[in-house]
Ligand binder design. Structure first.
Ligand code: SF4
Length: 508
């Protein structure tokens, strides 16, 4: 059994009865929506035409929200409905990043994620979803797609239906009949400053991506514009997630470099490598954990990640990797304090592997955020690993200078920092100027290189965060301090803008 919807836009009159019935049936608070009606217009007055599209969760057969949810709060039922259990939700917002259709919101009353659940409570007692029974023109058809005798199965089999973003591979089960293709394709829509009756969006100060390039959307003929829509959360993840990437890079890099030194036989530990480096790693690991918890809408439930885990989610794997990394770092600190060179040699390879895992697992987590095409870059793992080496080298230089470490150690760290800065420049160049798999990725990259974020990106990241530190590395101790600080600040800004750019492309 696979429940789905057909929404027939050959007869939809855009009356919003479905949205209102859904609100009433499911007690959906003001300002958030489980289903909504979007209006778009094409053409120039007087030759214009308006189209409606009814948008909601697609109850995907291959639902990325279910995969990423760390606590199985989202799950696919045996009847094909993608349902949610608010009592398990920790409010991490990862489902909002994974869903390519903008179907989820945070309920302001419970601070947990919610979405259309096909009125499962009605379906279970033999009733149809509220939106179906209220529609005055029977434009919404619900039923079992696996039953060839059902009306919905016959419509899907015999009519030219479309789904939203089929290229995402989510196998959506909401089929559109007679909808204008642009109404289902946010890349084809221009978003102005105002709608029919109101200003657009809550995030009015946000930089807008460049308008779509219609030359690559020839099948949609002409650019259409959205003239009526609901408000959407523009960026579920903000500075806390970007800063978590940065603090995690410092923690991983601060242990990775001394561990590599010990594994290579260049170091026996000592005050910097054996004590200060693991101490720094533990402090930044604690900050990382704090930021992760602080970013949850339900921080009181953070332990659900460990106690109610979804082993498909990289959020869960990430939590365990960070715990293991913390344990090895703690042991390293014990070995350093006890001046136990043999223990450090034993720990070196586990420390290297766990530092790499701690720095890099976010590449797989962001990869599960399938709604954000910009984050699907195969270079992301390198971006994170290079960032860890850069942040580790810069922070160890500052610590080493403060401790009065020898010139040989500082000189080696300086070379590592120079190499990491060069590698960061290469990765950044390849990420932004390499070939992009689709227009959304190109628009997000443009936002950094030529659009609304280009000022802080070019000035703060490229010049002040990479170029200037590289020059300052040629100078003496004071310029080395400034170079390290600028490299750390530049890398934080890079993460902030990168997280922001990925969320700047509208999903619906
Ligand atoms: Fe619904 Fe989005 Fe999850 Fe698909 S990915 S089942 S549309 S919430």
């Amino acid at each position: 059994m696979r429940y789905g919807f057909v929404i027939d836009h050959t007869c939809c009159i855009g009356c919003h009865a479905c949205s209102v019935a859904c609100k009433e049936e499911n007690q959906v608070p003001l300002g958030v929506y489980r289903t909504w009606v979007k209006y778009i217009e094409r053409g120039t007055f007087p030759n214009t035409r308006r189209y409606f599209s009814v948008l909601r969760c697609n109850h995907c057969d291959n639902a990325p929200c279910v995969t990423i949810c760390p606590t199985v709060a989202l799950f696919r039922r045996s009847d094909g409905i993608v349902d949610f259990d608010g009592t398990r939700c920790i409010g991490c917002k990862s489902c909002m990043q994974a869903c390519p259709y903008d179907a989820l919101y945070i309920d302001p009353a419970t601070q947990t994620a919610a979405k259309c659940h096909y009125c499962a409570h009605r379906v279970e007692v033999g009733l149809e979803p509220a939106c179906v029974i209220v529609c005055p023109v029977q434009a919404i058809v619900a039923g079992d797609l696996d039953d060839p005798a059902s009306r919905i199965a016959r419509l899907v089999a015999t009519e030219q239906v479309q789904v939203r973003k089929p290229e995402q591979g989510t196998r959506p089960k909401v089929f559109y009949l007679g909808a204008d293709a642009a109404a289902l394709t946010p890349q084809a829509l221009e978003r102005g400053e105002s709608y029919l009756f109101a200003q657009t969006g809550t995030d009015r100060g946000a930089p807008k991506p460049a308008p779509p390039d219609t030359s690559t959307l020839k099948d949609l003929q002409t650019l259409a514009r959205t003239v009526y829509d609901v408000d959407h959360v523009e960026r579920p993840w903000g500075w806390k997630v970007a800063t978590y990437l940065w603090t995690k890079a410092v923690a991983a890099g601060a242990l990775l470099l001394p561990a590599l030194g010990v594994a290579a036989g260049w170091s026996e530990g000592g005050l910097l490598a054996g004590v200060v480096a693991p101490f720094l790693a533990l402090v930044f690991l604690a900050l990382t954990t704090g930021l992760l918890i602080f970013d949850l809408k339900r921080p009181d439930r953070f332990h659900f990640i460990l106690l109610k885990p979804n082993w498909q989610s990289w959020l869960v794997w990430g939590a365990w990797i960070l715990i293991a990394f913390g344990a090895v770092t703690g042991l390293w600190l014990v070995g350093g304090l006890a001046v136990h060179a043999r223990l450090l040699r034993v720990l070196a390879w586990p420390a290297i592997l766990l530092a790499v895992a701690a720095a890099g697992y976010s590449a797989f987590l962001f990869g599960q955020a399938e709604g954000r095409d910009f984050w699907q870059s195969p270079l992301l793992l390198w971006h994170l690993l290079v960032g860890a080496v850069l942040a580790g080298a810069a922070s160890l230089i500052l610590a080493g200078l403060a401790l009065g470490s020898g010139a040989a150690v500082i000189g080696l760290l300086k070379k590592v920092l120079a190499a990491a800065l060069a590698a960061e420049a290469l990765v950044l160049f390849a990420e932004l100027f390499g070939s992009h798999p689709n227009q959304d990725v190109a628009r997000a990259a443009d936002l950094l290189t030529r659009g609304g974020l280009s000022g802080p990106f070019c000035g703060g990241v490229v010049l002040a965060g990479i170029g200037l530190p590289m020059l300052l590395l040629l100078g003496g101790t004071p310029s080395l301090v400034v170079a390290s600080l600028l490299a750390l600040a530049g890398h934080w800004l890079y993460e902030l803008l990168w997280v922001r750019a990925g969320q700047s492309i509208p999903l619906s």
